[in-house]
Ligand binder design. Sequence first.
Ligand SMILES: Nc1nc2c(ncn2[C@@H]2O[C@H](COP(=O)(O)OP(=O)(O)OP(=O)(O)O)[C@@H](O)[C@H]2O)c(=O)[nH]1
Ligand SMILES: [Mg+2]
Length: 323
Amino acid sequence: MELEKIPTVPTADELLDRSFRRAAARMREKRGSPKKRGSRKGSAHANEEFIRAVGASLHDRLVRIISSFPEFDALPPFYRNLTEALCGIEKIRMSLGALGWAAKQSRRLGSQLGREARASGDSPAIRKRAVARLSSVVHQVDDDLRFLNIVRNQLRELPELSEEFTVVVAGYPNVGKSSFIRLVSTAEPEVASYPFTTRGIFIGHRAIGRDRVQFVDTPGLLDRDPEERNPIERQALSALMHAAHVVLFILDPSEECGYPVESQRRLLDAVKGMVEVPVIAAVNKADRRREEGFLNMSSTTGDGVDAVLEAVFRTRAARPTAR
Ligand SMILES: Nc1nc2c(ncn2[C@@H]2O[C@H](COP(=O)(O)OP(=O)(O)OP(=O)(O)O)[C@@H](O)[C@H]2O)c(=O)[nH]1
Ligand SMILES: [Mg+2]
């Protein structure tokens, strides 16, 4: 996917260093082989040419960085939403905008100071001034470059969602979502006896007959207002809202997870109100405590897991066309 292909974003110093070196190399090429150097061909405007080359190179590099980022409005909703949850799209846009400003300034300064260098008879003082001015412009967007590199690293790690029938597993923290996913699919998310073990989206697959279904593990959600949710919870919401063909909501009535079952039930109702796809509720840790009126299973012993999978896969018949 295009999100994996965004190259590393350099810091201001790295960017300047590359552009200075590139410009110097171009000057050497122009001067030609050592034999020709005696002719001093092209050296009359060496400083002017260097300044112009640095300005142009900075401009081109900055523009290339900007265009290596995707058009966020054109991303599938799941990825747009995840990007928003993890990095904030407006913040990314502002930083890309700052790079656009720096690109223009670099080109403008390159030609303006290049002209001044020529008018001054190729004065080295103007070359020095140009280096300082261009460095200052690029350093003004150093924070933006660093932020964009963090964004780049996060986007690279986003899970790859396929078009297959998708089961999103959700629920309170520590109820056994990841244990279930490990048991039934190829995904191997971490399992631990404390909440918020899963901090991102994990994808696994399972063959059923000739088909494959996709399982999505999500971070635990608390029953609270959307504005209070942190970036980790918001990733779970992106999956629920934009990736699911069916939601498997897991409850832990043993309360070993550390949260009262009433809160878990309230979240179940909230999720039902939020998504347009079927929501199957199942109780996990049935080896500890069963709950009437629900499908009961244990991800530890495997008891009841097949019945839950069956209930989930039955909804495939009513699969909605778009997510
Ligand atoms: N007794 C019992 N313990 C279970 C069962 N399923 C999971 N556990 C335990 O419950 C704890 C939490 O399991 P996880 O699978 O990490 O839970 P989770 O819902 O993914 O948790 P977060 O990622 O933090 O939201 C672990 O200590 C598991 O071993 C079960 O069926 N029975
Ligand atoms: Mg987990």
